[in-house]
Design a protein around this ligand. Structure first.
Ligand code: ADP
Length: 163
């Protein structure tokens, strides 16, 4: 069985992440989306809230599951027998950072291959941080994230409705 792991902060999940998950689910029998929690980095959503949002928006993909770790991603990958680690690429900045990370992970776990999937052109600018900034300003979120995420963001920033 082919197993891939897709780690990240997902604070919160966006349509950019979801597109990567959808494409990964076509390539692998099982995709584990992993909220990799760094206790030193405080996010808007708690790690368990991020997992709950991811689980809600990936419910339609039977081969996708979601989990949380505050340990090493490569250790987690080894534990579940993943052959591949998926990351997304939005542009040259991501490419540089992701290539570096892939190199580091190759040193730690040579058996784990990193697969970098390029962002779809209409999602290339979508990021969790931009989404949060727009939510805080009360801007429309419908093209950036699924409705359950938009609803949580509006609640966080004390807004009733802003599509
Ligand atoms: P991290 O803090 O680990 O980068 P993120 O949640 O920001 O976590 O991103 C997780 C992964 O998803 C990263 O590989 C990132 O490049 C990728 N990603 C984020 N947004 C997009 C997008 N719009 N299109 C494609 N990949 C994306």
């Amino acid at each position: 069985m082919s197993v891939a792991i897709y780690p990240g902060s997902f604070d919160p999940v966006t349509f950019g992440h979801l597109a990567i998950i959808r494409r990964a689910a076509r390539l692998f029998d099982h995709v584990r989306v992993l909220v990799a929690h760094n206790p030193a980095k405080r996010g808007l959503f708690s790690p368990t809230e991020r997992v709950a949002l991811l689980a809600a928006v990936t419910a339609g993909y039977p081969q996708v599951t979601v989990d949380l770790t505050d340990g090493y991603v490569v250790e987690y990958a080894r534990h579940i027998g993943a052959q591949c680690l998926i990351r997304g690429l939005r542009g040259p900045e991501d490419a540089e950072a992701e290539t570096h990370l892939a190199d580091l992970n190759r040193t730690l776990a040579p058996e784990l291959e990193t697969l970098l999937l390029p962002a779809e052109s209409d999602l290339v600018t979508v990021s969790s941080s931009d989404l949060k900034a727009r939510a805080e300003r009360g801007e429309p979120l419908a093209t950036l994230c699924p409705e359950p995420v938009a609803r949580e963001l509006r609640a966080r920033f004390g807004q009733e409705a802003c599509s």
